[in-house]
Write a protein that binds this ligand. Structure first.
Ligand SMILES: [Zn+2]
Length: 397
């Protein structure tokens, strides 16, 4: 007896194949339909049907023809950057940055607000909604062209349910903000860890495009990690993978924001550096008041306390990176965040320690990429890239 394939299965398969084609077009544009058929293994008829659908949805455009020795020249396809938009929002203690990105994940509009989010209540939800509305109005984009919003937050986030489980920076614990934001804004809302958002951007559109195994390390106010394995973001069984900053660097060491002792972040992120610097200045009788971050970052080369602080922290950071190289065996590490401005006093010992502690020859072809710091817009852009990744370019949907 013949059984019919359920309609939902057909649609599911069609969506998967369409995402595969979209991804191929994104990566290999301009590309012809015959090339897409060869690359994807899909029949020419299926490629024709699916790409025509993508064109009618304004996600793909025809642009020029391929040069071939003889016969009819096939039309070339590429992503239409104006075919849709995603909102990316990054929330920090006292500020928010919002961007709207096109399908190339290029920022077409952005806003920066000085805003304190303290409570985990409807007031905060309404505040975020008003910021997003302001951003949409500024961009002048029709609402139906917006695919969704990504919200980047530091800490442990349950992305599947849109819940901020623990963000010490924002003081939010078990705050379910994804669903109310989605209802109020009438669009899909993804909430994710901020470093995972950046990692998503680097993987799809940034410096990680040429690699399959990437680690993105974000250093600055905190220390986070995004993991890409076989081209896909790795999030762990409970969505908590990548808490690099809370791996133990010193047994029974300094108190960390998370409540534990000796976390790496408590030594190499802003607060940790300042604590070490202040301790050294006091011990050496040079300054009794608490130093500022500006003072440390702009300290002269002859400042021995600053040199010592950076060297000590750089070494711990390098050992930490060697540990994650030994665990994940990445092809490349992309280093981003405000911390890229720590300079040679920090990164020279960090690089040396990385190579000293990497197992066997795992660092043989390891690329270490320092991404110049360009502000928090790039983090918000990551949240937008996450939306594009989830709804358009997801290869494993
Ligand atoms: Zn910690």
């Amino acid at each position: 007896m013949e059984t019919e394939t359920p309609v939902t299965d057909h649609k599911f398969m069609r969506d998967i194949n369409q995402n595969r084609l979209l991804n191929l077009i994104r990566l290999k544009a301009p590309i012809s339909r015959p090339e897409l058929s060869t690359e994807s293994g899909l029949s020419p008829a299926t490629v024709l049907s699916l790409t025509n659908d993508l064109i009618s949805r304004q996600l793909v455009i025809e642009k020029g023809t391929a040069r071939i020795p003889r016969g009819r020249r096939p039309t070339l396809l590429e992503i239409d950057p104006t075919g849709g938009y995603a909102i990316g929002l990054m929330l920090r203690e006292h500020e928010a940055v919002g961007v709207i990105v096109n399908l190339h994940s290029a920022i077409i509009s952005s806003l920066h607000w000085h805003q304190t989010f303290s409570g985990q209540d409807t007031e905060t939800i309404e505040c975020i909604v008003s910021l997003v509305e302001e951003l949409i109005a500024q961009a002048g984009i029709a609402r139906q062209r917006i695919i969704g919003m990504g919200c980047a937050i530091s800490g442990y986030i349950d992305s599947q349910h849109g819940i901020c489980i623990d963000s010490w920076q924002l003081g939010w614990h078990d705050f379910a903000l994804g669903q109310p934001l989605s209802e109020r804004l009438q669009m899909p809302v993804l909430v994710s860890n901020n470093v995972r958002c950046i990692c998503c951007y680097e993987n799809l559109f940034g410096r990680g495009q040429d690699y399959q195994h990437i680690l993105t390390v974000a250093l600055g106010r905190g220390l986070g990690l995004g993991i890409v394995s076989h081209g896909n973001l790795y999030s762990g069984s409970l969505d908590g993978a990548g808490e690099f900053g809370h791996t133990v660097a010193i047994v029974d060491g300094r108190q960390c924001e998370c409540g534990h002792r000796g976390c790496l972040e408590a030594y190499v992120a802003h607060r940790g550096l300042l604590t070490t610097y202040g301790e050294l200045l006091k011990a050496w009788g040079q300054q009794q008041t608490e130093p500022t971050l500006d003072q440390l970052l702009h300290s002269p080369p002859e400042d021995q306390a600053a040199l010592h602080t950076f060297q000590q922290a750089g070494r711990l950071f390098g050992i930490g990176r060697a540990n994650i190289v030994n665990l994940f065996n990445p092809e490349c590490i992309i280093l981003t965040g405000e911390g890229v401005e720590f300079g040679k006093r920090f990164f020279d010992p960090a690089l040396q320690a990385l190579h000293e502690h990497t197992f066997s020859r795992l660092d043989r072809s390891l690329q270490v990429i320092l991404e110049p710091w360009s502000g928090y817009e790039s983090w918000a852009r990551g949240a937008g890239a996450l939306v594009l990744s989830q709804f358009l370019f997801s290869v494993n949907s």
